[in-house]
Design a binder for this molecule. Sequence first.
Ligand SMILES: [Mg+2]
Length: 260
Amino acid sequence: MTDSQVTPKELQPQFLFITDLDHTFVGDADALRELQALLRQHRQAYGTKIVYATGRSPQLYRQLKAEQSLINPDALVTSVGTEIYYQDPSDVADREWSAILAPGWNREIVAATAAEFAELVPQPESEQRPFKLSYYISPELAAGILPKVESILQQQGLKVKLVYSGGKDLDFLPEKGNKGLAMQFLGQHWGISPERTVACGDSGNDIALFSVGSEKGIIVGNAKSELRQWYAQNRTPEIYLAQANYARGIVEGLKYFGFL
Ligand SMILES: [Mg+2]
């Protein structure tokens, strides 16, 4: 065992940890405390990067961070992947990422189109962002309305994605505005390979994390039906469906993949 001092690539301890917050990282206070302690140690020892990727705006993120005593991330992805911050999100979002999102997006046309559908109820003003417009709609109405809205936007030459999550939240996003591409952008930024990257989530807006490339994925045991359905049809060895819920499911997955 002493012949080689070279650490094989798969044994390098540093990794990129990226997690959704609501109902994934956050949800079980005791488990969250344990997971945060493990991650903080790993960051200190090996330079592991911690990233939060949330559907929340910077404003609602700050509320949650204070309520749950979340440790400081190395980067923060807010608004379903459309904004990246390296510091506290009081300053401007990463301009390089904004420039990648801009083609095919027109906020005014999207807002005007959505306003034509009374079934789409606007979310609070704090959740309407430069590259995200958000509404509420019930699952019963969504099936009929979403394809119509989508085709109107296409006819106007826009490349806009509609993401429906948790049976109520509808987001309009730029073509490249998702958590998965934001994750890859950060991996390249820090020079961490997809093999050393692991993403965690529980709902529809996390599917992009699991489907964008060869990064590892942990679906927590309490995942919502749209993500479970997606997993049933897209099983791969890179995606692990945990037994345990919330942060306990994340620890289970990190051990399964050998990150911890
Ligand atoms: Mg969530």
